[in-house]
Design a protein around this ligand. Sequence first.
Ligand code: GDP
Length: 533
Amino acid sequence: SKIRIYTLAKEVGVENHRMLEILDGLGVQYKSVSSTIEEDTVELIKQILAEEGTQVTGGQVEDVSPTVDAAEPGTGPTSAPATAAQPTAPAVTAPPEPAPGQMSSEGRPTPPAATATQVEERPAATATTELPHRAPVVTIMGHVDHGKTSLLDYIRKTKVAAKEAGGITQHVGAFEAQTSKGRIVFIDTPGHEAFTTIRARGANVADIAIIVIAADDSLMPQTREAIAHAQAAKVPMIVAINKIDLAQADPDRVKTDLTQLNLVPEEYGGDLVVVPVSARSGEGIEDLLEYIILTAEIEDLRADPKGEFAGVIIEGKVDKQAGVLATVMVQQGTLNLGDFLVVGEKYGKVKAMTDTNGGRIKSAGPSTPVQVLGFSEVPDSGEKVVAAKNEHAAREIVQARASDRRDVENARVRSRLTLEEMMGSLGSVRTVNLILRADTQGSVEAIQGILARKESDDVKINVMFAGIGAPSEADVLLASTAEATILCFSVTAAGGVKKIADSKGVDIKSYRIIYELIDEVDRLIKGTSEPVF
Ligand code: GDP
């Protein structure tokens, strides 16, 4: 019978990405690790693994991220050996033709050609595969009151190693959960505003987005916004259907509603992982954590702890006693006490560093959020952080940045290149990104229908998000990262939202007459389809 790729991987004890490599080597088509494969292919894979001598360990999901002592990654075991010591994956010498799944005349799958003597030493793995795994960074988004905060609280309560007695865990914008399968880092400012603010500055912090949907409420406007944001960021999603403890919970309805957004749950034959949970009773939360680890494995997240340091500001604040405190997510390399950090056109020295439990640490490796003391001003969340060897080097970076910025500003004044001109000089198919806001579901659908008909071979219209009601601040942030125009029909933006749009250079256009809206769409299409000289 058919079996899902990840189930098979678990069964035979290899990592998902390894399984995908084997399938690639065999030329087997699949959409994701949730795709099912034929029994014959399964047999073939088992044969290959048997010949490789891979031990069938029975579902050991390997996590080589530095989970043991996140507080001291510097002294911790270099997590690399686990990877390096893995039985070298053999050259998959199975012939690409005929494709597996195709039968030989006897009706049996073609056996792999590799024999013991043919199995050669695999060429040195590429640099990326040699890098150690890192823990996934997860963000939780969804509609208000669907249980984002409760879910985070439950996970924090049950999965964060308790601090010394009497210690109060401060809110620092992230926490680390220890699960039996490995470490997971949660961004604990729920909601897509935080997510989008960080993305708006060009940084990507989250590896996985959990979309929380209350089982008694199903999809709501902010659920669809959250989904749009995750999709725009190309971050894999896991849906947590929350509040399943309630009598009126209707998880099936949520799944059906998701299907209408073209998000098809696995059990309906799609790729979307949907996990029923209760933040109240804790039911399903272990499963959710397992799916996070599974998704992380599929994403094959790696970073070099010995590489150049790079990080992102999660949040910053002023503490009355300590001064400026900033939470930095280490993305690659290792941050050490005494390092000089540059954020934008400012620098500071790491005078003290604490982990998310408030414990003092001296160094922090990839996927570790740390609270850093030493900035002179509060950095903004989403700002990128780099390190410099000493104060002199830090100052040089800052000066170079300032002069670059002046050059760019001058150049802009001189040439006033419009977006249209830039787009016009680019490749063939252009995309008009739009965010659509209207007064009723009927108008939203009608306008979407019209837009779909305006598409041509040269111009693609991408409605990133369509919703009922006035455009929100989140819409503006989404529009600013995606260079989208916000089109409103019979709704107008609030003053505050307009202000933000102005400051970010986002166009919000409101219409009460549908033909005028269509004219605007035509102009946008023309603007991007004909180079302006
Ligand atoms: P948020 O706005 O998405 O952060 O939602 P909250 O976490 O604040 O939850 C909103 C309300 O739903 C609160 O009253 C919670 O106690 C309640 N709630 C959250 N999760 C559950 C759950 O799993 N079951 C039940 N019965 N109530 C829940």
